[in-house]
Design a protein around this ligand. Sequence first.
Ligand code: F6R
Length: 329
Amino acid sequence: MEEAYLNWPRLIEEALADWGSVGVRGEFDNVVLSGMGGSGIIGDVVKLLALGRLSTPVEVVKSHVIPSYVSEKTLFIAVSYSGNTHETITATLRALEKGARVAVVTSGGVLARVAAEKRLPLFKTPSGLLPRVSFPHMLTGVLSILDSSGLSIAGRREVEEAGRALESGRQGIAGEASEVARFAYSSDLLVVATHSPLEALAVRAKSEFNENSKTIVKVDVAPEWMHNDIVGYEKPLFTSYRAIAFYDPEDKVGRSLVEFMVEEYKGHGRPVLTIPLKGASLLGKVLYAALLFGLASVKLAGLRGVDPSATVSIGRYKKFASSVFEYKA
Ligand code: F6R
């Protein structure tokens, strides 16, 4: 599975070949990104990238419930690797009922069929991968749709550059990932700590350690952490945890906040691994963090002797979910 992660520069190139092929015309009051798990994280990351660049509000929906403001002035992007995720299908059908302009990113399934029937713009991601491994392809797909819809948050050249940096850095990142995995291995509970606005990357790291390494992870985000979680660390029920703390070296405030967190964890006698994010742009840092934690989580699975690709309990839930969500697509 490590090979699949190391293939990310190639996946970016493949997605770039379709750059500009899909867009939605119109004037939009808001952008809503819908998806769950390894597909839903694309929304979180796009919201992060949009923060400093887009004046149109961006919302992420990881649910079957959509905001009441969704209207014909909404650009609604449904992201589902399989195209068969009940929450995403339900949300998308509701958005269509409200007249939203919908674009779809998927490898197939129900959503690809709905897109074909309703002539919705579709950015196809290759089948045969795991959703979490398809991350850079789906992300490039959404960035391309936004760019072609007059809501650019990253241009083609920026994505190309970030892809090239990943290509030249990936072996080094694999080495760092081994260190992260070894550090995480001696921990009963892993804490992933960062500063706002990078919470999407901590959530991504958490999900990777959940799904690939089969382990529970807590996410701590400053400065909100300083207003509640911090007190919980005074007298926790369990004490065998370790923290991985990462920050954007170009964000002075963020870095200071993480340094404060690190001192708190250490003050409680807990080991901390501190990681400054590498990358020439925010997109570069996103890809660096996603690859680092993806590879680390696969390596941790190896140390623990578990199969990184299997997600048996998600399958159990999806079977159950088919009796919960009722839609006609
Ligand atoms: C990630 C993973 C899950 C799925 C999620 C939604 O690799 O397997 O987190 O991404 O269950 O499914 P899709 O992505 O098919 O919409």
